[in-house]
Structures are given as structure tokens and as C-alpha cells.
Design a protein around this ligand. Structure first.
Ligand code: GDP
Ligand code: GDP
Length: 463
């Protein structure tokens, strides 16, 4: 299992130097002067016994010119999309600059999995920078010296588990940020519509399900609504193909399935996609539609797929297809809901919509459910509201005292979105039982009306 690491950051922080060190060849050009234009480049990296692909985004001039800022942004976004994980470098001697904050913002927006590296930190040179780096809200910084090879063991220990199973991405590794409540409220207001789908940032959907569930029929129906269809576009990675369309007025981008390639008349020469390819589409999606066949719902394969989407932190909508074939709809619906609750407890609250891809019945409701799930996935709750809720929750049902040790919950804050992630500061975080986490997750879901999205809570000790 191998993965792709993108090294991103503003010019002159040492990206190429690190790239060279990892690739072991003088592939990338290193220059002291900012302003040397270079391209996105890829190399086979080796770090002790670990091998992976590395992408270098070096080569963007540090200028305020708009076109270059745009280029910088695009190049970084492209690298982020190609990569499984990003190493975001800052210069430890300079500290955090406004330009660094721009990059941090891109990474957050892209929902990238980020390691924050403070470079040029040989000796004690990067100490101040490393402390400042916490303010980026991207978690614990790793001190590195690309030039002198320091910190490579730390980098190794961080990357190793990712290399071993980056699919189990630890969405729970949420960074802790200090939040000024009034500032936060203002920011939230400004942010309210930031995630709404637009032409430039269409709603990203994957439709997954077992063969013959009706995926291609559904996708074609969605695409068919759109007269402005531009046709299939080349994928953002070697494996993914997407089609853009406007679906009930929402700019949409749907990621590939085998059926979609077939029906969209993309070259037949393309090799057949495996289930794994379908699963890969999940990783590019914001909302995953798990499409079931009403005749054989909730089969093993469906459960695996749904579970995968949840683990990956995607918003999930369950759609039951071929509803036109069903006689006693009311009874069937009750039966489906019962199965859903019993077989997919981890998706509690996710919407279940009945559709007929063939006739188009129910697609408006599916569209609405997808939009709502996307909204919830992006939801932010203020620290003030969270803590007043937390107070009520602990009063109603205090945390246990395992082995006589009282777990005290002190404070809670939301540290990320897409999906929502929270940190609760408490005593004895390691003793916190799973059942109490579930109590809080379910409570959050109900109280703040957050169906259809995974919710992560991490417990942290103070100090
Ligand atoms: P890029 O623009 O981000 O790719 O940065 P480069 O890799 O071209 O490095 C910019 C400058 O920083 C070069 O002069 C490097 O020699 C220097 N540099 C890179 N890494 C380190 C480091 O770990 N310590 C110190 N002191 N200088 C470094
Ligand atoms: P895929 O393998 O998941 O892409 O499934 P397809 O879209 O190729 O559909 C498999 C079969 O189910 C085809 O014969 C479709 O015509 C049929 N089908 C798809 N959606 C519906 C539906 O809503 N109702 C009925 N009755 N048949 C459907």
C-alpha cells in the first residue's frame, strides 16, 4: 500500500529541499532566490523503510500579482486533490506569515489531511516558529530541517501509520484551537453560505452500490436534467472521472462508477472498474449516495460500502431504488427503516429516501436530502452554544468514575467541519468509555439537528 504526499507552502520555505531529500536525487531545482519558476513535480520517495509518492508544488514567485496568487492557489489545490496527505511547510525562522495563513485556508477548505511542518528548525532555530505554528489550527507542528535532515524520524513516525492504512484516516486527530467567542460568532455569520454549491465549487457526489442497484440509471437521470452538460471530464486523479451538471438548479459534480462510464459513452477501452474504484470515488465526494435495490436491500456489500463512507467522514444519504416495483409501500418502508437502524447504527439519523431512477419519482426528495446532508456536514456550532448544551448533558447524565476516578468535562469546542469534529477537554480522557462518547454524539445529532453526517468527538486532557 502506497500513498501520495504533497509538499505545499509558500515559496522559499524549503519544499524543494525536502523533496530532494525524500527523492534522493537532484530532481527539483533549489534556489536561494525566490522567483525561480518551476513546475509541479512528482517523485518516488523513500524515508527509511517506507516508500511513497511525493509531489512538490515548489516554484511560485512570491509576488502580490493577482494572476500569480491564482496560480499558486490552483497549483496547491491540484496537488491537494492528487494527494492522500499534505505536508504543509512553514519557515520556522520567519514564523507564521499572512501568506502561510492563505495556504492554511486553502487546506482547510479542501478538507485536506494535513501534517504541519516547521522547517529550517535545525538546532533550536525553529522553536519560536514552532510555537507560533499552533495558531494555524492545524494541529501539532513537526520540527524539520530539510537541509540538515533533522526531524525525519518524527516525520516517519507520523507517516508510517498512514502508509499502513491511510484509508482509516484519523478524522479524529482534530487540532485544538483557542476560540474567541465573539470573534467566532462574527466569523460564523460570514461563513454561513461559504459552502453553498456554485459553478466553481459544485456539490461533489458519489453514487455507490452493488452492481445492478441502478447507479447508472440514476446518474443518467441526473445528468439528463441538464442541457448544459459539458461531457465527461478527465479525472482529477488517474482513477476518477467526473461529470458536471446542474441538477434541480444545483451545480453538481458526480464521480465515476463503472456504470457511469458505460452509459456516458466514455471510451470502452477503459478497463472495468472494480469495487475498490467505486470506493475511491467516495474519497472525492462530499455526499455519498448509497443506492440500494429494494428487492435485495442492506446486503453485506451495501453495509460495507455505507460503513466505508462513514469511516471516510462523508455525508451519507441512503436511497432505496426501484420503488416503482414495490406493492405495499407503507409496510416496506417500515421494514426498511427497521433494518437501517439495526444494521447501520453508525449512520443513525442519515436520511432514507425511496426513489425510482427509472421513472424519476422521488429524485426531487433525493436532491433535497443531499443538499441538507451537505449543509449539516459543513455545519459549525458556536462554542457558547456547545458549552451550554454540554452543561445540560452532563447534568442529565454525568460521566462515569471508572476505578473511582472522576472524569470531569471542562470545555468543548468545534475544531473542524466536513465532517463536524469536536474536542472536549476533560480529566482522564483515556478513561472515557465509548458509551459516553456515543451519548454525546447522539445528543449533538438530536439537539443541533445534524442527520446524515459522521460526528467526531475527541477527548483531550489539559496541559
Ligand atoms: P521552496 O521555494 O519552498 O521550494 O524552497 P527551497 O527548497 O528552494 O529552499 C529555499 C531556501 O531555503 C534555500 O536557500 C534552501 O537552501 C533553504 N533551506 C531549505 N531547507 C532549509 C533548512 O532546513 N534549514 C535552513 N537553514 N535552510 C533551508
Ligand atoms: P448499475 O449496475 O448499478 O449501474 O445498475 P443499472 O443502472 O445498470 O441498472 C440495473 C438494472 O436495473 C437495469 O435493468 C435498469 O433498467 C434497472 N433499473 C434501474 N433503476 C430502476 C428503477 O428505478 N426501477 C426499475 N424497475 N428498474 C430499474
Amino acid at each position: 500500500m502506497t500513498f501520495t504526499l504533497a509538499i505545499v507552502g509558500r515559496p522559499n520555505v524549503g519544499k524543494s529541499t525536502l523533496f530532494n531529500r525524500l527523492v534522493g536525487k537532484k530532481l527539483a531545482l533549489v534556489d536561494d532566490q525566490p522567483g525561480v519558476t518551476r513546475d509541479l513535480r512528482e517523485g518516488d520517495a523513500k524515508l527509511f523503510d517506507m516508500r511513497f509518492t511525493v509531489i512538490d508544488t515548489a516554484g511560485l514567485e512570491e509576488v502580490t500579482d493577482d494572476s500569480l496568487q491564482g496560480r499558486m492557489r490552483r497549483l496547491t489545490e491540484r496537488a491537494v486533490e492528487m494527494a492522500d496527505i499534505c505536508l504543509f511547510l512553514i519557515d520556522g525562522r520567519v514564523g507564521v506569515t499572512p501568506s502561510d495563513e492563505v495556504f492554511a485556508d486553502i487546506l482547510r477548505r479542501k478538507n485536506a489531511h494535513v501534517i504541519l511542518g516547521v522547517n529550517k528548525a535545525e538546532g533550536k532555530a525553529g522553536d519560536a516558529g514552532a510555537i507560533e505554528a499552533w495558531s494555524l489550527g492545524l494541529g501539532e507542528p513537526v520540527r524539520l530541517s530539510a537541509e540538515h535532515g533533522e526531524g525525519m524520524d518524527d516525520l516517519y513516525h507520523i507517516l508510517k501509520p498512514i502508509g499502513e492504512g491511510f484509508e482509516e484516516r484519523a478524522a479524529q486527530d482534530a487540532p485544538i484551537v483557542d476560540v474567541d467567542v465573539s470573534e467566532e460568532e462574527a466569523e460564523l455569520e460570514a461563513d454561513e453560505n461559504a459552502h453553498k454549491p456554485t459553478e466553481r465549487h459544485p456539490l461533489q457526489i458519489a453514487v455507490i452500490g452493488r452492481p445492478n442497484a441502478g447507479k447508472s440509471t440514476l446518474i443518467n437521470k441526473i445528468i439528463g436534467e441538464d442541457r448544459l452538460l459539458t461531457g465527461p471530464e478527465a479525472g482529477i486523479t488517474r482513477d476518477a472521472i467526473s461529470v458536471r451538471s446542474t441538477w434541480f438548479g444545483t451545480p453538481t459534480r458526480i464521480f465515476d462508477t463503472a456504470g457511469m462510464r458505460k452509459k456516458a459513452r466514455i471510451s470502452d477501452k477503459l478497463e472495468k472498474l472494480s469495487v475498490a474504484d467505486g470506493l475511491r470515488a467516495v474519497r472525492f465526494a462530499e455526499v455519498v449516495v448509497v443506492l440500494l435495490d429494494v428487492e435485495i436491500p442492506f446486503e453485506q456489500q451495501d453495509l460495507r460500502i455505507a460503513d466505508f463512507a462513514e469511516t471516510e467522514g462523508r455525508a451519507v444519504v441512503v436511497a432505496v431504488n426501484k420503488w416503482d416495483l414495490e406493492g405495499d409501500k407503507q409496510e416496506k418502508l417500515a421494514e426498511l427503516k427497521e433494518m437501517f437502524e439495526r444494521l447501520l447504527p453508525q449512520l443513525r439519523g442519515a436520511p432514507l429516501v425511496t426513489v425510482s431512477a427509472k421513472t424519476g419519482r422521488g429524485l426531487d426528495r433525493l436532491h433535497a436530502a443531499i443538499l441538507k446532508a451537505h449543509d449539516v456536514w459543513n455545519r459549525r456550532i458556536t462554542t457558547a452554544r456547545l458549552n451550554s448544551w454540554l452543561g445540560a448533558m452532563t447534568e442529565a447524565h454525568p460521566p462515569p468514575a471508572p476505578g473511582g476516578k472522576r472524569i470531569k468535562l471542562r470545555y468543548m469546542t468545534q475544531v473542524k467541519t466536513r465532517p463536524p469534529g469536536f474536542v472536549v477537554m476533560c480529566s482522564h480522557p483515556d478513561l472515557m468509555p465509548e458509551s459516553y462518547r456515543r451519548y454525546l454524539v447522539n445528543g449533538l445529532r438530536d439537539h443541533f439537528d445534524m442527520p446524515g453526517t459522521p460526528i467526531r468527538i475527541t477527548f483531550r486532557g489539559q496541559g
